[in-house]
Design a protein around this ligand. Structure first.
Ligand SMILES: C[S@@+](CC[C@H](N)C(=O)[O-])C[C@H]1O[C@@H](n2cnc3c(N)ncnc32)[C@H](O)[C@@H]1O
Length: 335
């Protein structure tokens, strides 16, 4: 169950709550049994594992929201700019007279974001339950459009100064190159060749470095869960006239092909929680997808216990480098 979504749906079941409309758009969509009773609901979800969950629940999904709706519901992402940009996206897809309804956990800053939302909409109705807040407002033609315009800007892809790379609010390492990936880049050898995969490729930094440095790479496959990061990666990698394939894919479900080398800076967060099992699942996928004598290059925070996982996957590993925060490991599949 999802406490913020439970709270959001409570707002619609309250006696004095808003009516369930004939059609609704759901940004950051997550499935819920009671949504099955809604006449029509279309979801947008940029994260592949969650998009799959939404579709498995039997709900309709779009790659990019379009059109206007009498109700737009929002379960925002993690960052401030992303959340405000999603409020603006909701506004862009609202029919005149329609309603925006959002919900967030208190620890994600629900009270603060409700205040921000109220600055744009004026009156807001709010309920609190399950350590979350749901808040909603109807558009009577009096909303502060200038503020929505500001928030929309926060969500547009932007260049990282002096790099030529673009990123977008909400994607991993927005507005900077990740220092762990920088360390891996420093130690990536020029002899990588053949078929290479970049797992959890984000906006394409490691792929860019590999293509710049390694003329022997015949093809590189990027697998990444966040469709917005992949849209940035496509633009960031357009300068390389090479065979680059981009996959919106949940790496924990495995890979259909095998590789001579795999690069990664594995994720270890799900939402706001630390999730070392996610990083471990990346290692398991990589071990299965390496060819014999294939090599895995990985960077991780020093305290993450990946060495034991590499041992249990029968990969032969050694540390290539470390600094005060990160370690770079090379692992080989020998059998
Ligand atoms: C630590 S970041 C590294 C990003 C990029 N390689 C870089 O160096 O900037 C990990 C990436 O894994 C992605 N990710 C998280 N869970 C995933 C999953 N199940 N399948 C594929 N990618 C995932 C995240 O969206 C994030 O972009």
């Amino acid at each position: 169950m999802h406490p913020a979504l439970d709270t959001l749906l409570l707002a619609f079941s309250a006696e004095d709550g808003p009516a369930i409309p004939a059609r609704a758009l759901f940004l950051g969509a997550r499935p819920h049994p009671s949504l099955r009773r809604w006449p029509e609901i279309t979801g947008w979800q940029p994260l592949k594992p969650l998009a799959d969950e939404w579709e498995r629940g039997g709900f309709q999904r779009v790659d990019a929201p379009s059109g206007r709706w009498p109700l737009v519901m929002v379960l925002p992402g993690k960052s401030r700019d992303e959340t405000l940009a999603w409020f603006a996206m909701a506004r862009d897809h609202l029919l005149p007279g329609g309603r925006i309804a959002c919900a967030m956990s208190n620890t994600a800053g629900a009270a603060r974001f409700e205040k921000e939302f109220a600055k744009a909409t004026g009156t807001v109705t709010s309920i609190q339950k399950h350590k979350c807040r749901a808040f909603h407002a109807a558009d009577h033609g009096t909303w502060n459009e200038a503020l929505f315009n500001e928030w929309r800007e926060l969500g547009t892809p932007r260049f990282i100064p002096e790099t030529g790379f673009i990123t977008q609010a909400g994607v991993f390492s927005h507005g900077r190159v990740d220092p762990g990936s920088l360390l891996l880049a420093k130690h990536l050898p020029a002899h990588l060749h053949g078929h290479v995969a970049d797992l959890g490729a984000g906006w394409g930094y490691l792929t860019h470095i590999a293509l710049d440095r390694c003329p022997g790479i015949e093809r590189i496959d990027l697998s990444e869960a966040d469709s917005r990061a992949l849209a940035c990666a496509k633009r960031n990698l357009a300068r390389h006239a090479r065979d680059i394939r981009i996959h919106w894919h949940d790496v924990t479900t495995g890979l259909p092909e095998t590789y001579d080398a795999i690069l990664m800076n594995p994720p270890f967060h799900t939402g706001q929680d630390t999730d070392v099992d996610l990083g471990r699942a990346f290692l398991t996928t990589a071990a299965a997808a390496l060819k014999r004598h294939g090599k895995l290059y990985l960077v991780a925070n020093r305290q993450l216990p990946y060495e034991a996982q590499l041992d249990s996957l029968r990969l032969h590993w050694r540390r290539l480098a470390e600094d005060g925060t990160y370690k770079v490991i090379i692992a080989e599949k020998r059998t």
